[in-house]
Every structure is written in C-alpha cells, then in structure tokens.
Design a binder for this molecule. Structure first.
Ligand code: G3P
Ligand code: MG
Length: 251
C-alpha cells in the first residue's frame, strides 16, 4: 500500500491497552495507556455469535469476565451483560466487553492509533475480517491503523477485503524463511515474541524493508536492546514506564 501505518509507529505500543495496570482490552485499559503517553495500543479482535466484532483476547470468557464458555457462541447482547473488570480488581467492575465500533469512537476521542490483532476462532476468519470492515464503515476511524494476526487465513482475508490497511504477520519465533512467510501472507511487517530476538536476523529483515515489532516487553533494558537492533517498537503492559525509559527513541 502507498500509505503505511508504520510511518507513524512509535517505540511504545500499549499491550491490550495498559494491561499491567488495568483489565486488558477494556476502555479503562485503553484510556490508561493513552493517558500514560502511549500513541499506539494493540488490542485483540474476535466476533460474537451474531457476527459483531468485539475486543477480547481469549477464546473463552472465563479468565477475563464474569461469564464462562466460548465467547464466539454468545450473542453481543449476552456479552454486554458480563463484568470484564472485577477479575482484575473490584475498582473496574463497571468495565464491559467493548465492540469494535465503540473502540473506534474511543480511539478517535483519545487520538490513539490502533493495532487490531485479528484473533478469529478457527473457521470464522473471513467473517471476523468482514465484521472489522463493517465496523470501519459504521465509525470511520481517523488514525493510522495496523492489522495483524497469527492466522494466515485472516491475513489473506484482510488483504482482499481491506487491501489499503497495513498488515503484519504475528509469530512467536522468527521463521528462518521469514521473507517467504511475510510475502505469502501479503504483509509489510512481522511481530515476534521478544524472547526469540536475534540481532543479525533482525538487521537482515529491516534491511529487506520490512517492519518489526516485538511482544511483550516490560523491561526497559530489553526494549533498548531491541530498538538498538532496529526493531521499530515494542508492545508493553506498562506504557508509562516505557514512555519514560525510551524517551530518547521518540521521533
Ligand atoms: O499482537 C502482539 C501480541 O499481543 C500477540 O500475542 O497472545 O498477547 O495476543 P497475544
Ligand atoms: Mg494480542
């Protein structure tokens, strides 16, 4: 694409908002990340039984809500009744699962750039991408947007339905055939797990013109090292700490 969201990337990206200090993927977590100085946040996107894009990390509701069972088998009206904050702390008992349209409205208000990690239930990948594109039609989002996924099916659906939006493939370890993997997924970036960082491979990938982000980095020294190798940014659970520690990397 001509427009690349990576042209606007910053070293610090809030992971699921500021999930070290507020319940992940909720409005409270996203607002906290913004107030702590993060210009980007990453959140996870899946769909309800009735095909509405919602923000949630797990396949199941058990860990992060008052509900239980498979998220994708619940309609939005049922999901909206759940408490998505008390598991973290009673202070967050008012938090609900966000829809993607609510998230776009919030991010427009907060001037926040978004990385939507597409986390479809296997088998509903293109439906999940359709739901994202419907949400974008409902609430035009006015900031750089980056789509990423571990799912090749989801990335291919993004490339065909939302071709103008910058895309990244998520992996744990950086594959030896990284170039093939990035290209077959039609992506401009690779997001990898920090534990698998390798300086010379990182330099090669950057030299080939791709973008690199790394998750999840909560230690400022690790972040400094990754940025010095050429990684464009890191996903962190503690944006305040990282914004402070990485101020010299801010463009
Ligand atoms: O998108 C980066 C990172 O969030 C991928 O792993 O499990 O935290 O969604 P996970
Ligand atoms: Mg994620």
């Amino acid at each position: 694409p001509v427009f690349s969201a990576y042209d606007y990337i910053t070293p610090v990206i809030g992971h699921r908002g500021a999930c070290g200090e507020a319940p992940e993927n909720t409005q409270a977590s996203i607002e906290l990340a913004a107030h702590q100085g993060a210009q980007w946040v990453e959140v996870d996107v899946t769909i309800s039984a009735d095909g509405i894009a919602v923000i949630h990390h797990d396949h199941d509701l058990d860990r992060c809500t008052s509900g239980s069972g498979i998220l994708n088998l619940h309609r939005l009206s049922e999901l909206k009744k759940l408490d998505a904050g008390s598991w973290f702390s009673e202070a967050f008992s008012q938090q609900r699962i966000l829809t993607l349209t609510e998230l776009f409205t919030l991010a427009n208000q907060l001037d926040l750039n978004l990385n939507l990690e597409v986390k479809p239930v296997i088998g509903r990948e293109s439906e999940t991408v359709w739901a994202i594109s419907r949400a974008l039609q409902e609430v035009p989002y006015e900031h750089p947007l980056l789509l990423s996924s571990f799912s090749l099916h989801a990335l291919r659906a993004c490339a065909s339905h939302l071709p103008h939006i910058t895309r990244a493939i998520n992996v744990e370890a950086i594959p030896r055939n990284w170039s093939e993997r990035i290209e077959e997924a039609g992506c401009q970036g690779l997001h990898f797990q920090a534990e698998f960082a390798n300086e010379s491979v990182i330099r090669e990938i950057k030299a080939a013109g791709y973008h690199l982000l790394s998750y999840t980095v909560n230690n400022p020294d690790t972040a400094e090292a990754l940025l010095s190798y050429g990684v464009d940014g890191i996903f962190t659970d503690y944006p305040a700490r990282m914004v402070r520690a990485l101020s010299r990397w801010t463009r």
